[in-house]
Design a protein around this ligand. Structure first.
Ligand SMILES: Cc1cc2nc3c(=O)[nH]c(=O)nc-3n(C[C@H](O)[C@H](O)[C@H](O)COP(=O)(O)OP(=O)(O)OC[C@H]3O[C@@H](n4cnc5c(N)ncnc54)[C@H](O)[C@@H]3O)c2cc1C
Length: 433
């Protein structure tokens, strides 16, 4: 019987004919050769943290978990080259040991480097791009087994497109990332009223290095998070205070509230008020990746849309109206983040400064009416769905939203003419190869 594979959100599963764990580029080439001989599709899986079926296959699955070493560090240029299966968590530790850091990060570190980059993973910060914008080079094994080194001077077109490659262009085996000297962040999280946050939004986004907020549906309560660079040293909280802020409140307390809402849905609005009353102010200083990364113990499913930044307030208010008008019961916050425009063809922030609006639902709870309703709103605002999060769009919907769509498709046609890396997700969002 084939090994069953499931993603973190437990909303996707598949049974690949084989799962291989190559430990060298040569073994990747050999695995692709076996797939070609058997006429099988190939899919690389990273940390399995996408909510879509991006990593699913009934062909051969390749996990690069044994390709997880540092290959080279250029201290002068502040770049690091790592094998693509390395986790973001290990990357952060390896960089910290060398006095380096990534300029920005998402909110967890369990993804693989290549998997996070492949779907355009981002954090928040008006002046900073998503993770793919830190990529200076890549090594990629194509469907024919050719090993391509890509940089600004070698195969620049492949590098241009493969930064957000959705696993469609080849197996990424190494990545060179632009880093910055390690830095500390001053973190301030505080409760605010939704109306006030929206009124001051542009100023707050501009005034803070890394700003985001979340709003609790059924309430008027938000929490804002402002992280700013500081030269001040780390101020460690007591381990109890840290556990309370990082583990107890967002996971144990909030988990109990979500569980109570699951048992009795109609109590969700009251429970949301309870969460709102318990939102407190947290202030700390720590090294950047310790601030960016949080612990996620409750499983959920998520949809996230990128919209033009100046539509942020309108989007949040429209979601509030949707929840009210359709009597939806939502126990998870709406998260709002900001990312700088970039030139990556399939990046959700391509060509425009972006606001990312994320919605969640507890695992196992019906989500479709809510997610489809929010998708309608986001589509009306020129939204682009996160490639790693749930959405219902097809290639026909998406093509007009990406100015460099055809450029990416030309690259795909060159590197994978027979659709060796295709799967039902890519067939839906990119069309058949
Ligand atoms: C709890 C949680 C929190 C999250 N937080 C954020 C966040 O803050 N910001 C954000 O933007 N996203 C976030 N995400 C989404 C997540 O970052 C993306 O879905 C990311 O792609 C997951 O990386 P992964 O290594 O798990 O990749 P997988 O989900 O395993 O794979 C994703 C895609 O990458 C491809 N791929 C993986 N490795 C390779 C390779 N070596 N070569 C070619 N293709 C490859 C796969 O084939 C697949 O198409 C979060 C997800 C979860 C579950």
């Amino acid at each position: 019987m084939a090994e069953r594979w499931r993603n973190w959100g437990r909303n996707q599963e598949c049974r690949p004919v084989a799962v291989e764990r190559p430990a060298s580029v040569l073994e990747v080439v050999e695995a692709l050769g076996r797939a070609r001989s058997a006429g099988q599709a190939v899919k690389v899986v990273g940390g399995g943290h996408s909510f879509t079926d991006a990593a699913c296959t009934d062909g051969r699955m390749l996990s690069l978990e044994h390709l997880d070493r540092v290959v080279d560090v250029d201290q002068g240029a502040n770049t690091v080259t790592v094998e693509a299966g390395m986790s973001i968590r290990t990357l952060n530790q390896e960089l910290a040991a060398r006095g380096l850091a990534l300029q920005n990060l998402g909110d967890i570190d369990r993804q693989s480097v290549a998997g996070a980059i492949a779907t355009g993973t981002h954090g928040t910060g008006a002046a900073f791009g998503a993770l793919p914008t830190f990529v200076e080079g890549m090594e990629l094994v194509t469907a024919s087994g050719e090993v391509l080194s890509c940089s600004a001077t070698e195969e620049p077109e492949v590098l241009h497109c493969a930064r957000v490659g959705l696993g469609a262009l080849g197996v990424v085996t190494k990545v060179t990332l632009r880093c910055v000297p390690a830095f500390n962040l001053h973190h301030v999280e505080q409760p605010r009223r939704l109306h006030d946050v929206l009124a001051e939004l542009d100023d707050q986004v501009a005034a803070n290095d890394y700003f985001e907020f979340y709003w609790l549906p059924h309430t008027d309560s938000c929490a804002t998070i402002a992280n700013n660079r500081t030269d001040r040293p780390i101020e460690e909280k007591s381990s109890y205070k840290r556990w309370r802020a990082e583990v107890f409140f967002p996971n144990v307390f909030f988990g109990a509230v979500v569980a109570a809402g699951r048992v009795s849905k109609t109590r969700i609005p009251k429970l949301a008020e309870t969460v709102a009353k318990n939102l407190g102010r947290t202030e700390l200083i720590n090294t950047s990746h310790r601030i960016f990364i949080s612990t996620r113990l409750i499983r959920f499913v998520e949809m996230e849309y990128s919209i033009p930044r100046d539509r942020a307030a309108e989007a949040v208010l429209a979601i509030r109206d949707l929840i009210d008008d359709e009597d939806l019961l939502v126990s998870f916050p709406i998260e709002v983040r900001f990312v700088a425009a970039d030139d990556v063809p399939l990046s959700m922030a391509n060509g425009r400064d972006a606001c990312f609006v994320a919605i969640h639902m507890a695992r196992g709870v019906a989500y479709e009416a809510y997610f489809r309703g929010v998708e309608r709103i986001m589509t009306g605002l020129g939204g682009r769905p996160h490639w790693g999060k749930m959405h219902f769009q097809t290639a026909a919907d998406l093509a007009p939203r990406y100015p460099e769509w055809e450029r990416f498709q030309a690259c795909r046609a060159r590197l994978d003419p027979d659709g060796r890396f295709a799967n039902p997700y890519l067939d839906r969002v990119l069309g058949s190869a």
